[in-house]
Design a protein around this ligand. Structure first.
Ligand SMILES: Cc1cc2nc3c(=O)[nH]c(=O)nc-3n(C[C@H](O)[C@H](O)[C@H](O)COP(=O)(O)OP(=O)(O)OC[C@H]3O[C@@H](n4cnc5c(N)ncnc54)[C@H](O)[C@@H]3O)c2cc1C
Ligand SMILES: *[C@@H]1O[C@H](CO)[C@@H](O)[C@H](O)[C@H]1NC(C)=O
Ligand SMILES: *[C@@H]1O[C@H](CO)[C@@H](O)[C@H](O)[C@H]1NC(C)=O
Ligand SMILES: *[C@@H]1O[C@H](CO)[C@@H](O)[C@H](O)[C@H]1NC(C)=O
Ligand SMILES: *[C@@H]1O[C@H](CO)[C@@H](O)[C@H](O)[C@H]1NC(C)=O
Ligand SMILES: *[C@@H]1O[C@H](CO)[C@@H](O)[C@H](O)[C@H]1NC(C)=O
Length: 578
């Protein structure tokens, strides 16, 4: 071996290099081309053991299937993640039976592919259907059975059901009950309930996740577990900690909440030219402390002034749901919040289910079965951010804020009052920590309709500028955020070696003191971090030795090995020819 490559055979090393490159490239090509086959084979293998009712090929969709793009796009709810450059999944799985979910989890682990779980697709950052590493989508839309038990005052709801379907099925059984979840009826149960969804009855009944009494989940070993077999720690985690870090949630059992025969809604607004500053100033103290039957959401938007042509102003609108009749509401509001000037003619009395349509922005008179429509009326490009406020802003600070809103021109705010039940539930009862002392939550919101990267960048810059502007007025150390308003700006992880450190950054913002308990649960149920995304709960750090068993790292290890060989080889070449 004294002269491995004598100058008389200069082509030899080059050929070897080419051969090596060829092996690397072709192996990665063939592995992606055959993923569909391998996966199918794996599903077929599991079919035998699990005795599935449906043939595996019916639940597996590869990019060559004509239905693939339609299926992929059918649950995209943010157009920013519906472009040609958005990373696409290698396969979409559409299970319709728990055993399909079990085998999908086991086969995804076997093939070392990342799995993204999608229920309603409303994630603001698309984490349920977009990933940077090669990935599969497990689409839960077939899991939408809803079983309402009025006697027990509970309902079983599949994770792929929408909130609208849940509200409709409850109403169909009894007009005396409802459920306290989100306002937009096309939201999916799986993402919403697992991350602590809220709606316009939160001051009376808390979050949707506060009313979960049982759940079914497929864990990383492919087992189907319910509350008693998963144990209280995991059951605690999937009521606010986000499902995607822990397993595939098949469904939840929720406690129905009583609603009166007649509820009342109103929407009244004022611009800053009409004393909105004073209105908003007072709202901050009144809305979180009024009767628990009353929820008064505040919307702040830059609008064109009606008084001064061409001028901009800010409109403050109060949107309310009251669990009672209009007479009681008007006298109550006029006593506590006379500045609002609420009149009976501003109010509309209706049944609770009609109020769901009103809040969902349906035209008045729309039939209730519109709630069964899973397609939203429109889908925009959007970005959302969140904040929590404990100290009311002063009138002077509000004036500065109006200037900023007018300057930016496009960003709006939704202020959601807390108080009531939200302040009574201890912060450690569920992973959702934003309880006593939080006056209201802010949603920063920007939406647009024009394609293109320039408009996207300019709008993202605007909402980020407003977020920075708000720093002095909102929660600090850390600045808190709401998991269901997912915002990748507050930190992400690539689920590598530093995942615990990276996870702590966004983790304490979403979960405060509950973060470490979530990490403990994660470490116990999924130590290899199979269930992961950009903002999942990391397991506690492991030694580098354990890293070699890390699922999905074999591919990386192979690449690193090849690179090291190439490097040594090139170094060798250099010395020979220098
Ligand atoms: C128009 C609109 C209005 C909204 N209004 C409200 C509101 O009023 N109140 C509120 O609280 N929030 C609201 N949200 C936010 C919404 O609650 C969250 O985006 C929620 O997570 C959506 O759930 P999903 O199943 O539709 O989303 P998906 O995008 O399917 O999932 C969201 C996350 O949960 C994970 N996940 C989904 N299903 C499962 C499962 N079965 N098992 C394990 N993990 C799963 C996903 O992987 C992803 O990380 C709104 C969002 C939009 C777009
Ligand atoms: C399927 O099962 C056969 C026989 O047990 C096994 O040899 C093969 O590796 C399995 N294939 C996959 C993709 O799991
Ligand atoms: C996808 O296409 C393959 C053949 O290319 C077919 O066997 C399979 O049934 C198709 N899957 C679905 C869900 O249509
Ligand atoms: C996604 O894009 C396709 C075409 O590129 C379009 O037909 C579809 O309506 C879009 N869907 C959403 C939800 O934006
Ligand atoms: C302000 O909001 C109210 C209630 O939503 C609306 O009636 C009013 O027209 C708005 N004013 C302007 C100037 O947009
Ligand atoms: C605005 O509200 C304050 C406090 O209620 C009141 O004193 C003032 O007269 C109002 N101004 C206008 C223009 O309505």
């Amino acid at each position: 071996m004294a002269t491995p490559s004598s100058p008389s055979t200069p082509l030899f090393p080059l050929l070897l290099l080419l051969l090596l490159l060829f092996v690397v490239v072709s192996s990665s090509l063939s592995s992606s081309a055959s993923l569909s086959d391998t996966f199918l084979q794996c599903l077929v293998n599991h079919t035998r053991t699990l005795q599935q009712q449906q043939e595996p090929f019916q639940i597996l969709h590869s990019p060559t299937n004509l239905s693939f793009p339609t299926l992929l796009q059918s649950l995209v709810r943010n157009r920013r993640f519906n472009t040609s450059s958005t990373p696409k999944p290698q396969l979409i799985l559409t299970p319709s039976h728990p055993s399909h979910v079990q085998s999908t989890v086991l086969c995804a682990r076997r093939t070392g592919t990342e799995l993204r779980i999608r229920s309603g697709g409303h994630d603001f950052e698309g984490t349920s259907y977009v990933a940077r590493a090669p990935f599969l989508i497990l689409d839960m839309f077939n899991f939408r059975s809803i079983d309402v038990d009025v006697k027990q005052e509970t309902a079983w709801v599949g994770s792929g059901a929408t909130l609208g379907e849940l509200y409709y099925r409850i109403w169909e059984k009894s007009g005396l009950y409802g459920f306290n979840a989100g306002v937009c009826p096309t939201i999916g149960v799986g993402g919403h309930l697992s991350a602590g969804g809220y709606g316009n009855m939160l001051r009376k009944f808390g979050l949707a996740s506060d009313n979960v009494v049982d759940a079914q989940i497929v864990d990383v070993e492919g087992r189907v577990l319910d509350r008693s077999s998963m144990g209280e720690d995991l059951f605690w985690a999937i009521r606010g900690g986000g499902g995607a870090s822990f397993g595939v949630i098949l469904g939840y059992r929720v406690k129905l909440v009583p609603v009166p025969k007649v509820v009342t809604v109103f929407r009244v607004g004022r611009t800053i030219e009409e004393n909105a500053t004073e209105l908003v100033y007072q709202w901050q103290n009144i809305a979180p402390r009024t009767d628990n039957d009353l929820f008064m959401r505040l919307l702040l938007q830059p609008v064109s002034s009606k008084r001064q042509k061409g001028a901009k102003t800010v409109n403050a609108s109060v949107l309310a749901l009251f669990l009672g009749n209009a007479d009681r509401l008007v006298s109550m509001v006029n006593e506590e919040f006379p500045l609002l000037g609420l009149r009976k003619e501003d109010c509309a009395e209706m049944s609770w289910i009609e109020s769901v349509l009103w809040w969902g922005d349906f035209d008045s008179g729309t039939a209730v079965d519109a709630l069964l429509d899973r397609m939203p009326k429109s889908v925009n490009f959007l970005k959302r951010k969140s904040d929590y406020v404990r100290i009311p802003m002063s009138r002077e600070e509000l004036e500065l804020l109006w200037d900023k809103l007018i300057e930016l021109g496009k960003v709006g705010f939704v202020f959601n009052p807390y108080g009531g039940k939200m302040w009574e539930i201890p912060a450690s009862d569920t992973p959702f920590p934003h309880r006593a002392g939080n006056l209201f939550k802010i949603q920063h919101s920007i939406s647009w309709n024009e394609d293109g990267i320039e408009v996207e960048l300019s709008n993202l810059a605007k909402i980020r500028e407003l977020y920075n502007f708000m720093t002095p007025y909102v929660s600090k150390n850390p600045r808190r955020a709401f998991l269901n308003y997912r915002d990748l700006d507050i930190g992400i992880t690539d689920n590598g070696e530093n995942s615990y450190k990276e996870g702590s950054v966004y983790g304490v913002k979403y979960f405060a003191e509950n973060f470490n308990r979530l990490v403990k649960v994660k470490t116990a149920v999924d130590p290899q971090n199979f269930f992961r995304n950009e903002q999942s709960i990391p397991p506690f750090p492991r030694s580098s030795l354990a890293m070699s068993q890390y699922s999905g790292s074999t591919d990386t290890a192979r690449k690193v090995t090849v690179l090291v060989i190439l490097f040594l080889f090139l170094k060798d070449l250099m010395t020979i020819y220098s």
